[in-house]
Design a protein around this ligand. Structure first.
Ligand SMILES: [Zn+2]
Length: 417
């Protein structure tokens, strides 16, 4: 079995790994878009048959999870190349199409926890894992008597940390190569300190948010990704515990419904309200998709209710909601909680300008979607692989100081597993 990292050996973004069996059969693990580049313009990795669909040896693209840096270039692959992804992950991406940021990947089959998928000489066993994306998997790839374990994006401190603990307690044995993500291993040590320390876990973040929501006087806006279902659960639970309701927009409500999971807060849950902002009302009208609004009617909250109820609500925030929030005149004594990675705060200049305009303090309340170095160490120790190859990291040079048997492999070069 041979392996070639196309992108990710020395960066976060655009993850793509090609694996080839002795027979010549090949699969791709992820086909992501790099950050900071238009996915339509980004160079495609030189994978034979990827754009022509004319190479029968290319057996498919396995998408570990629904983050764009792992699936973003899939739409540019030839439609005859099979795609594999988790069922709920596919549903979430499909649900997002109506609102803009989604895709219908039309998967050939779905990844299922610990159910081996056979593709020619390959056996690929997905391990459902804990990550900020919903329905995310690590992948055990076997062929020619070799075993490669690709972590995908993984952590051990989210709402699904039991999956991480279960992996450590009963890891797959005899792993030749561990292809391990290192998002939280920065290029330089010590890392640049964050403006505020991140919470150690989603559970710790929930506690911090309860206090923040209780102490706030006016409306609390919380900026987080609608597709980060763990964070939706955390914010909802904290809001309810603090005696507040949570307002989400139609997009976030649709994503939550797409998970199909009874435990995920969605329209119909107590104290969960749905706001349909102007741009989404327009979209519904243009597409004559009125059933989308009819369905959430019992949970609907109109903008006029934001101001009088501002002391008892928490509201999902995104820059595209600024106009609606300003029109609702609901921002007196308000607060903006930034619940993304702190580096994203200055990527959209509208956010700080909006906060300044209304005198909203900005507080950071976040926990990483990726494993801490100590958790990566626990993972590496449990799997005890023959070699560890870094991926999805700027800190590949530092792996050897943290883990044993590290072997760097650059982008674009084949190596034997
Ligand atoms: Zn991810």
């Amino acid at each position: 079995m041979r392996v070639r990292i196309h992108r990710g050996a020395a960066e976060i973004g655009g993850s793509c790994v090609e694996v080839e069996a002795a027979s010549g059969a090949r699969i791709l693990l992820d086909l992501g878009a790099p950050f900071g580049v238009d996915a339509a313009e980004a160079p495609l990795p030189p994978v034979r048959g990827l754009t022509t669909g004319e190479d029968p040896d290319l057996l498919g693209i396995i998408v570990s999870h629904p983050h764009q840096d792992h699936w973003g270039l899939v739409p540019r692959a030839h439609p005859s190349v099979p795609v594999f992804i988790g069922r709920d992950a596919a549903r979430i991406l499909r649900a997002a199409v109506f609102f803009g940021p989604g895709i219908d990947l039309a998967p050939t089959a779905h990844l299922e926890h610990r159910r081996p998928l056979r593709l020619g000489p390959f056996t690929v066993t997905p391990y459902l894992n804990d990550h900020s994306a919903y329905d995310a998997y690590s992948l055990l790839v076997e062929a020619d008597g070799k075993r490669l374990f690709y972590t995908g994006d993984i952590r051990g401190h989210g709402r699904k940390r039991a999956l991480f603990d279960a992996l450590l307690a009963a890891p797959p044995r005899d792993i030749d190569v561990l292809l391990m993500e290192g998002t939280n291993i920065p290029a330089e040590a010590p890392p640049e300190p964050a403006p505020a320390p991140a919470a150690a876990s989603e559970a710790a973040l929930e506690e911090e948010l309860v206090t923040t929501f209780e102490e706030a006087d006016g409306l609390v806006l919380v900026a987080f990704s609608a597709q980060n279902i763990d964070r939706l659960v955390t914010v909802y639970r904290a809001a309810v515990r603090a005696g507040r309701g949570l307002v989400v927009d139609l997009y976030a409500a649709s994503i939550a419904e797409a998970t199909g999971r009874a435990s995920i807060p969605k329209p119909g849950f107590p104290k969960l309200h749905v706001l349909v902002p102007r741009h989404q009302r327009r979209r519904v009208r243009e597409a004559a998709a009125f059933e989308r609004v009819a369905r959430i009617r019992p949970s609907r909250l109109f903008p006029e209710a934001l101001a009088p109820r501002r002391r008892s609500l928490v509201c999902l925030f995104r820059a595209s909601l600024i106009e609606d929030l300003e029109d609702a005149a609901c921002l007196d004594e308000g607060l903006l909680v930034w619940s993304h990675w702190h580096g994203y705060l200055d990527e959209d200049e509208r956010v700080r300008a909006f906060a300044d305009r209304h005198g909203l303090p900005i507080v950071l309340r976040h926990t990483s979607g990726h494993a801490s170095p100590p958790d990566l160490k626990r993972l590496a120790d449990a799997l005890a692989p023959g070699r560890i190859v870094p991926i999805h990291t700027f800190g590949g040079d530092r792996f050897a100081s943290l883990f044993e048997r590290v072997e760097r492999q650059p982008d674009g070069v084949w190596w034997a597993a």
